[in-house]
Design a protein around this ligand. Structure first.
Ligand SMILES: Nc1nc2c(c(=O)[nH]1)N[C@H]1C(S)=C(S)[C@@H](COP(=O)(O)O)O[C@H]1N2
Ligand SMILES: [Mo]
Length: 415
């Protein structure tokens, strides 16, 4: 199936019919394997995943669902410090996605509690505002959800709902300054071009539009960006072409894609996707028990500290008595990594792994550990601690499978 995205007079054309024809073929092909997988519940979903798919502008990704597209990066992608655009995971909530955006007519508007509402094209942003770049991890709140026990509903991600990219765009603070925000701003809300198939309306329980908000202080901190480039290229359509919000250090749910409406609010935002969804227990490590759910919840925000194994891969053969470089990634909300430690004895003793140079405080950081294992079955554990003293937990569970910060284990067969 061929698929085309062409550039004409600055307009990006993404053929909607071809897109859904393509996705439709996948739907038929994927039904059985997905059911089979769900029934089997392999210990490592990535290893057992049967179906890789290619969506427009994307390389091979693991299919979680196709309407809307939820596509996971396979583990080998994380051998690169920067996740290539075509291998970057995809997550959407609503049924109607932008598959074609004409940048000649596209405008981002900023309105609400401001003196001068703003309406800007992508070219205006490039011409009239200072460009800034930042490497930052984008991680879904539900990344690694399938690793929790007991399982919970939601996209059954392995650990590939994350990626690290260099984002280029403008500071949201500069845009807000241009509008002259009035005193008393509380929140700022963000909406994109995607829409629910059956929108919620008074008296009708449809799907609420995907609108997110940030406290004004966060929105105006000079770090939050409106990005028009990802790794030096226009954003792929599925990652939010032509503009997306970047909220470094916070979960990707706030990184609104295909961003076209910003509103400054003089009272707290009460939209569904902040007031009702994407919330975590107001407890240490966002813990709660399946039979004693927390009463008090708060909107998810900063990322927890975590570290993951990248190699060996779960099914990889490692040779006995030969030095092998175990490798992985560590990340947090931007406090900076202090140590990453490895345990070879079930968590009794820990040895420092070596950290690669930092690529920026919001980037993930690669760690390496030289290992010369004897033959047999081994269990490795990895634990990260950041400069603020935040570290990982032995066990963690919450009803939504959000903000995982469990010390990960890896079983390795050496022979
Ligand atoms: N417009 C819009 N933006 C969105 C979403 C969405 O459904 N619509 N999903 C959010 C969530 S929950 C995640 S995890 C990230 C995923 O970003 P990606 O698809 O570029 O990987 O987009 C965020 N931005
Ligand atoms: Mo997400």
């Amino acid at each position: 199936m061929s698929f085309e995205k062409r550039k004409m007079d600055g307009a990006s054309v993404f053929d909607r019919r071809a897109f859904f024809r393509f996705a439709g073929t996948l739907a038929a092909a994927s039904w059985m394997p997905l059911n089979t997988w769900a029934d089997e519940s392999p210990a490592n979903p990535q290893a057992g995943w049967p179906l890789t798919v290619k969506f427009p502008e994307k390389g091979d990704l693991l299919l979680q669902s196709d309407r809307p597209p939820n596509l996971e990066s396979p583990l080998h992608v994380f051998r690169d410090d920067i996740t290539p655009n075509e291998n970057f995971y995809v997550r959407w909530h609503l049924g109607i996605l932008p598959t074609k955006v004409d940048t000649a007519t596209f405008r981002l508007t900023i309105a609400g509690h401001v003196d001068v509402p703003l309406s800007v094209s992508v070219d205006d942003l490039k011409r009239n505002f200072e460009a800034v770049s930042m490497i930052a991890v984008n991680q879904c709140s539900g990344n690694s959800r399938s690793l929790y026990e007991p399982r919970m509903p939601g996209v059954q991600w392995g650990s590939g709902a994350m990626g690290n990219a260099k984002w280029t765009g403008v500071r949201l603070r500069d845009l807000l300054a241009k509008t002259g925000v009035k005193p008393g701003a509380v929140d700022v809300s963000f909406n994109g071009l995607d829409e629910p198939v059956l929108p919620a309306a008074p008296g009708f329980a449809g799907t609420p539009d995907f609108v997110k908000s940030l406290p004004f202080a966060r929105a105006n901190d000079g770090e939050v960006m409106v990005a028009y480039e990802m790794n030096g290229q226009p954003l792929p359509m599925l990652n939010g072409f032509p503009l997306r919000l970047i909220v470094p250090g916070w979960y990707a749910t706030y990184w609104v894609k295909a961003l076209n409406q910003i509103e400054v609010l003089d009272k707290p935002f009460d939209g569904f996707w902040v007031a009702k969804a994407y919330r975590v227990p107001n407890t240490p490590d966002f813990q709660e028990a399946p039979k004693a759910l927390a009463k008090d919840t708060v909107p998810i925000s900063r990322m927890t500290v975590r570290s993951l194994f990248v190699r060996p891969e779960p099914a990889e053969k490692v040779l006995a008595d030969v030095e092998y470089e175990v490798q992985g990634l560590a990340m947090d909300s931007g406090r900076g990594m202090k140590t990453v430690e490895i345990s070879l004895d079930g968590g009794n003793t820990w040895t420092d792994a070596k950290l690669d140079p930092e690529l920026g405080k919001y980037s993930w950081r690669r760690w390496r550990f030289a290992w010369k294992p004897p033959a047999g079955r081994h269990q490795l554990k990895v634990r990260a601690t950041n400069l603020a003293g935040e570290t990982q937990t032995q066990a963690q569970w919450n009803r939504s499978g959000y903000a995982r910060n469990v010390i990960e284990s890896l079983e390795v067969n050496v022979g």
